[in-house]
Unconditional design. Structure first.
Length: 400
């Protein structure tokens, strides 16, 4: 993290300090990140509000979706590392993560198919199958990554992270604090080098509607969609958690961390397109994740820990999965190219937000939460003796 001293020891990491089972501030922050993605989709990708105000909002939130997704990738690495259970095998890890993401994915996949059919949109076999099995982010074809429920491309990356996590964690646990810092520095450098290498070495036909019209989809894919590249953000989150757990990080205040995050957003909105859409955001967001976790561990004041915000954070994954469909088809059928009056446009935007929240609550209550409770742990076989106590998912794991 910027400004943090590097410990001089080269010995293996110190034993982990006691960790809190709940980090409610991180849960609350999840909804704010999801709201950034919603703002991007409603003001820049599709514009619910036109005119000068619409132009201003579009400029303000042009990078919000990218920043929100980067936050989720960093947070995912941090939370999985923080909540990792000693000596837990890879199959148990994979089971819990798949049960978390696939039920919501399958429901929204089916809804997306229905809406596409209702709108007479074209299906492709490759797009449908790639999306269904969450491998769409691996395919560098413009018709594939954002097909069906467009936002699910990020789950394709998350699935790769989850599969790699049981192999990455033991490696990081064996590294000394000095080596963790060195690795973090290497990954930070890669967030800058990857866009440069992509712009120099990856070919393809330029897309006139992206940035200045000089970038090809293949260049964008190699920086924004390609799971191994996006794993840089995930691993930075893992390293941040390891540094906190071993006491190798000094306390970071929430206010300075928030200033870094906001300043990083402004910076990422000003740099060339490929540098602003992916990994560099992790450099400005990781300190905020660390500061929020430290505030929860120390039980100091945090604005992200309020009951309403934490509840919304619990709904954030479901909200993320439904909001794109609400926005895309709400805009297609209710806004289209009409220049709605300001009040009507604002009311429609608010209605889209409330509809997405209502659907998220339904998806969470009827699909996500029951699936996690029912299938996150394997069925216990009938014991020969007294039944062992069942260790439930921590609130942190269930909300990640």
């Amino acid at each position: 993290m910027p400004g943090s001293p590097v410990p001089s020891t080269a010995t293996p990491s110190a034993p982990d300090r006691p960790r809190a089972a709940r980090l409610p501030s991180l849960t609350g922050m999840r909804f704010l990140a999801a709201l950034l993605v919603f703002a991007f989709h409603t003001t820049f990708q599709t514009r619910f509000i036109g005119g000068g105000l619409g132009d201003t909002l579009s400029d303000c939130f042009a990078n919000a979706g990218f920043y929100g997704v980067t936050f989720f990738f960093v947070l995912s690495g941090f939370v999985l590392t923080w909540s990792a259970r000693p000596a837990e095998g890879a199959p148990r890890v994979w089971r819990r993560r798949l049960v978390k993401i696939f039920p919501n994915h399958l429901v929204t996949f089916a809804v997306a198919a229905f809406l596409m059919a209702a709108a007479s949109e074209m299906f492709t076999t490759k797009g449908v199958l790639a999306n269904l099995f969450l491998v769409q982010a691996w395919i560098p074809e413009i018709q594939v990554p954002n097909t069906m429920n467009a936002v699910s491309w990020s789950l394709s990356c998350e699935l790769f992270f989850y599969l790699a996590f049981p192999f990455l964690l033991p490696v990081l646990e064996r590294l000394s604090a000095r080596r963790l810092w060195t690795l973090a520095g290497v990954l930070a450098a890669l967030t800058v080098l990857v866009p440069a290498v992509s712009s120099w070495t990856v070919a393809g036909t330029p897309l006139p509607f992206i940035a200045d019209g000089s970038l090809s989809f293949e260049q964008i894919w190699s920086v924004y969609f390609f799971p191994p590249v996006r794993a840089i953000e995930f691993v930075l989150g893992m390293i941040a958690a390891r540094l906190v757990l071993t006491g190798a990080l000094p306390r970071i205040g929430l206010l300075p961390a928030a200033v870094i995050a906001v300043g990083g957003y402004v910076l990422n909105s000003s740099v060339p397109y490929l540098y602003g859409v992916a990994g560099t955001g992790a450099l400005w967001l990781a300190p905020l994740v660390v500061a929020a976790a430290q505030a929860d561990v120390r039980e100091t004041t945090s604005p992200f820990r309020g009951r309403v915000l934490v509840r919304l954070g619990e709904l954030s994954f479901a909200f993320y999965m439904v909001h794109g469909l609400v926005v895309a088809y709400g805009h297609k059928w209710l806004v289209a190219d009409e220049n709605l009056p300001g009040a009507a446009a604002a009311a429609l935007l608010l209605a889209a937000l409330l509809t997405a929240l209502a659907l998220a609550l339904a998806l969470y209550s009827w699909v996500e939460a029951p699936a996690v409770r029912r299938f996150s742990a394997p069925r216990a076989q009938k014991p020969a003796g007294p039944a062992p106590a069942v260790v439930p998912l921590t609130a942190l794991e269930a909300g990640e």
